[in-house]
Design a protein around this ligand. Structure first.
Ligand code: HEM
Length: 331
């Protein structure tokens, strides 16, 4: 059973302001926290805000693609393609492909600049060669899969699809290792940065998918089967976020202590320290939003997606809901 407040309470919150802006506010906080992170790590290598902006564009496009691929092949499940939600999944794939084209352009441009900084700081060593080769392979394979028009059944967890997802995660890991290498490699620092960057990528990619792919597609097809598939996918993403939040917090604090130490005045009296404190605050805001979203049914405007218990009843093979209060509507 759900322990969420009643529909009346949820609608009370709705009267105050458009509650569906909460996930968008969360995305804004994630974008801001990642820009601050990119600025901090750029400053620590002695470069300015222009390079920080390019690195941020690189991290964001990488995250949108890697996190989106994770949703496409992991949060979507085989059952979703068999219980009346296959058209919904196909439409989501198409929407994601359109977003992926833009992200690929940004990644290709910003990735060239970022690779150049790694190469010049690491004297064109073999590690840079491996990183550039994996990045080039991924961008090429991703461009091929994005440009193809194939049915969702063919694309879903296809060999090429899974390879592209694997390459996306490899590029994320490789980026974190390169970032640490340019200031002096250490296995613990590298592992911590890998988890920080992976957590960020999964979060921003999943948030973009939920807001710009899952919700608009679900609104076009508000059937019970779609609401159930969308709700279950969202719940899998929520489980990922339950891991992501402590991961970002712990790895973030470790990195901050590693570079700035533990003296309070360093945090309160320097721009780098204040940036780190702002990031800690951003995690607090994100935790509050994460808690409020299901309480206010604010994760999605489609009934039943936010809380699976709202759907009740059962769904037949052709996607009709036979009983229960939650036949979805698009409010
Ligand atoms: C307690 C909260 C957090 C702390 C203390 C923190 C701290 C840091 C620090 C110190 C860096 C620079 C690492 C270095 O150059 O050695 C960094 C980088 C970064 N952070 Fe965070 N962070 C936190 C939360 C977040 C959140 C919520 C996001 C976004 C969802 C985020 C995304 C990033 C990104 C994208 C980078 C750049 C990674 C890189 O240069 O490889 N961080 N963070």
């Amino acid at each position: 059973m759900s322990n969420s407040p009643s529909r009346a309470e949820a609608h009370g919150a709705d009267d105050l302001f458009d509650k569906y802006t909460l996930p968008k506010i969360a995305l804004g906080v994630i974008l801001t926290a990642s820009f601050v992170g990119a600025w901090v790590s750029t400053r620590l290598t002695g470069s300015g805000v222009a390079l920080a902006a390019v690195r941020w564009a690189y991290f964001v496009s990488l995250g949108i693609l890697a996190g989106g691929l994770l949703w496409k092949h992991v949060f979507v499940r085989p059952d979703d393609l068999e219980t009346g939600a296959q058209d919904y999944c196909a439409e989501m794939y198409e929407r994601f492909d359109r977003i992926a084209i833009g992200a690929l352009v940004v990644l290709a441009v910003s990735g060239t600049v970022v690779s150049w900084t790694y190469a010049s700081r690491l004297d064109w060593g073999p590690a840079v060669g491996v990183y550039c080769a994996v990045l080039g392979l991924w961008v090429t394979a991703m461009t091929v899969t994005t440009g193809r028009t194939q049915s969702v059944e063919v694309q879903f967890r296809s060999v090429l699809g899974v390879v592209v997802l694997g390459l996306a995660l490899a590029v994320t890991v490789g980026t974190a290792i390169m970032e640490v290498r340019i200031r002096g490699f250490g296995p613990v620092a590298a592992s911590v940065r890998v988890f920080h960057l992976l957590a960020f990528a999964v979060w921003i990619g999943g948030a973009v998918w939920n807001i710009f792919v899952a919700v608009p597609t679900g609104r076009q097809r508000p059937t019970a089967a779609v609401a159930r598939a969308a709700g279950e996918q969202l719940e899998r993403f929520r489980w990922a976020v339950r891991v992501i939040i402590p991961t970002l917090f712990l790895t973030g604090v470790y990195q901050a202590v590693d570079v700035l130490g533990t003296t309070g005045s360093t945090y309160l009296g320097t721009s780098l320290g204040l940036a780190v404190l702002a990031k800690v605050g951003s995690v607090g805001v994100l935790v509050v939003i994460f808690k409020l979203c299901p309480m206010w049914r604010a994760c999605s405007p489609i009934d039943g997606v936010c809380d699976l218990d709202d759907l009740g009843g059962t769904v037949t093979d052709n996607g009709e809901q036979t009983e229960g209060p939650g036949v979805p509507n698009d409010d």
